[in-house]
Design a protein around this ligand. Sequence first.
Ligand code: FAD
Length: 455
Amino acid sequence: MVVGADAAGMSAAHQALRTARRTGDELAITVLDRGTHTSYSACGIPYWMAGEVGSVDELVARTAEQHRAAGIDLRLGTEVVAADVAARTVTTAAGETLEYDELVVATGAPAIVPDWALRPDGTPYDMVGPVKTLDDGAAWLDRFDAAGDGAHVVVVGAGYIGVEVAEAALRRGLGVTVVTRGRGLALLEDEMSERVAVALCDAGAEVVLGVEVTGLDVAQDGAGAERVTGVRWEGDQRDADLVVLAIGVRPGTDFLTGSGLETADNGALRPDPHGRVADGVWAAGDCCEVRRRIDDRWVFRPLGTHATKHGRALGDSLAGGELAFQGIVDTSITRFAAGGQYLEIARTGLGRAEAEEAGHDPVTLVTEGTTATGYMPEADPIAVWVMADRDTRRLLGVQVVGGHGAGKRVDTAAAVLWAQGTVDDLAWMDLAYAPPFSSTWDVLQIAARRVAERI
Ligand SMILES: Cc1cc2nc3c(=O)[nH]c(=O)nc-3n(C[C@H](O)[C@H](O)[C@H](O)COP(=O)(O)OP(=O)(O)OC[C@H]3O[C@@H](n4cnc5c(N)ncnc54)[C@H](O)[C@@H]3O)c2cc1C
């Protein structure tokens, strides 16, 4: 019995079927999901909102019919509200009690909607909401149309979703203000994130850092209906026709309250590398924390790339295989492309504060260069932040902000982190070179070499 029919749940279900087929076992899989879609790319929603992806169908990797044709008993519109792990049953919102032998929790992480974003009776305002599901994406396209030309969007939160939604709104010709309580883009160190803030401003957005939104301004229109007109924080406000909530997600494990299953303080499950949580209970994806290999800590990193790997390892193990999720090195990437600006933004490893917390003596440096040899038309500016440990020379983190070809350079650094390599490994390893792609010493290697020299 799988609860949740997206990245983690369906990866687990299909891998379990594949492994069972290989071993000759028989497996009956039921998947329950409260939503209307399966296996869709939430990651693509901001690009759909921007108009880069033509239709919602392009975001669906596998339809409900395709899952059913593969032998999965998929029941959409079915919300699980409670689980009794001793009796091995789940209860649905419709009051049905369903038995299982093994339960897979793959319920993801719903968007955080703060109280100030809701009416006093707890219902949402029309022009305010998160960007999480395909239904949210469709609602945003309708709201963009309803608000019309010249409308102003306030995006609350400057994580990668905040940046991607700001890009979408700018590309649609809307006015944009990004407000965040942090000092910059959540993924990056200050000296890197300020480059993103500058690009947002150069593209025509306003960026307000270090403030905590506390409420909405609401007015009655001529017909007596309530309309959101602005966003407030201490000492200031901005007019707004639309308000995007991009302030994070939290593990969707409320239905396990009282089940006796242990969770972290944030509600996340902490499965072993095979996905096991307890006898007869498994979990994968955004409802879980993952183990970060660099400092051997549990961290909450709700990303699709983890959810699919996590789900696959779980499905295999559940059906008798041995695949294990290997943990993460905290790699992520996004893009900001609007108003004549183009930036690839990526990181891997720890931030400075995390490194210090883990007992390292970090040495950091930002190096500027180009993505190709300077005389080539492809050469775009790039900045690379590298952090290594002074005593062991171990590479601890790399962040990249730059033009075309900049972002995926972090994957090279991620490979070094994965193998617990040093800053010297990154500086001296054999990377591909030709003028359209890099200089003879790639900028990543120059940045690593400079940190090595500083140590
Ligand atoms: C706008 C956006 C952009 C993103 N971009 C990226 C990106 O570029 N790269 C990246 O790696 N990740 C990205 N992500 C994150 C990625 O989408 C998630 O990590 C991934 O979808 C997690 O998969 P999951 O299966 O764990 O959870 P989900 O995809 O959230 O699926 C959980 C499913 O469980 C169902 N469910 C929940 N509770 C219940 C219940 N009680 N009963 C029944 N069903 C239930 C839900 O309806 C849902 O279908 C993005 C996310 C968003 C929102």
